[in-house]
Unconditional design. Structure first.
Length: 165
C-alpha cells in the first residue's frame, strides 16, 4: 500500500479587487461572469501547483456558502435593477462550471469535483481527504488538491491542501 503525503494547509484571504486581478492573471481563458467562487478556485489551485512538476491531478473542492451567496446575488441584482436576468447569469453561479477554466488553465488537471459543504468543517475535510486517498491509492491520479472556498463580503477565504501518492 502506498504511503500518502499530506501537505500543510494553505490559507488565503483576499479583498474582491485583489482576488479578481489574481484570478484573471492566472487563468489561461477569459473569466467572463466568473464570480468569487471560481476566482478562489483558480487562485488556490495556482498556488498549490506553483513550482510542482506536472502530473495527473484531481481537484476536490467545496464551499459552505459560495453557491448560495452567488445565487442570492443574482436574485438581489434582479430585484434592485427590476430586470429579468439572463439564463447565463444563473449558470455562472454553478460551482461545477469552475472546472472549465481550471482544466484549460492547468493542463495537468484531469478531474474536478465540487462537493456541497454541509455540517461541521472538520468532518468535511476528513471526507475530502478520505475520497482523495481512494483516488490516489487506486492510481487514478498522482496528486489531489483539496480546497474550501468561501466568498465573503469582509474578505474572500480559501483553504487548500495537497495530497500525493
Amino acid at each position: 500500500m502506498k504511503t500518502l503525503r499530506i501537505g500543510a494547509m494553505r490559507e488565503q484571504r483576499f479583498d474582491s479587487a485583489t482576488l479578481s486581478a489574481l484570478a484573471r492573471r492566472q487563468s489561461a481563458v477569459p473569466l467572463r461572469r466568473a464570480g468569487a467562487l471560481t476566482e478562489l478556485a483558480i487562485v488556490g489551485v495556482a498556488d498549490c501547483l506553483a513550482g510542482r512538476p506536472a502530473c495527473s491531478t484531481m481537484v476536490l473542492w467545496g464551499s459552505r456558502i459560495g453557491a448560495r451567496a452567488a445565487g442570492a446575488r443574482v436574485v438581489s441584482d434582479v430585484v434592485f435593477a427590476r430586470e429579468a436576468p439572463f439564463p447565463f447569469d444563473f449558470l455562472a453561479t454553478q460551482p461545477i462550471l469552475a472546472a472549465i477554466p481550471l482544466q484549460q488553465s492547468f493542463p495537468c488537471i484531469e478531474s474536478v469535483l465540487y462537493q456541497p459543504w454541509t455540517g461541521e468543517t472538520e468532518m468535511h475535510w476528513l471526507r475530502m481527504r478520505a475520497l482523495a486517498a481512494v483516488f490516489l491509492r487506486a492510481g487514478r491520479h498522482a496528486r489531489v488538491l483539496c480546497g474550501q472556498v468561501e466568498p465573503e463580503e469582509g474578505g474572500h477565504l480559501g483553504r487548500w491542501q495537497v495530497l500525493e501518492s
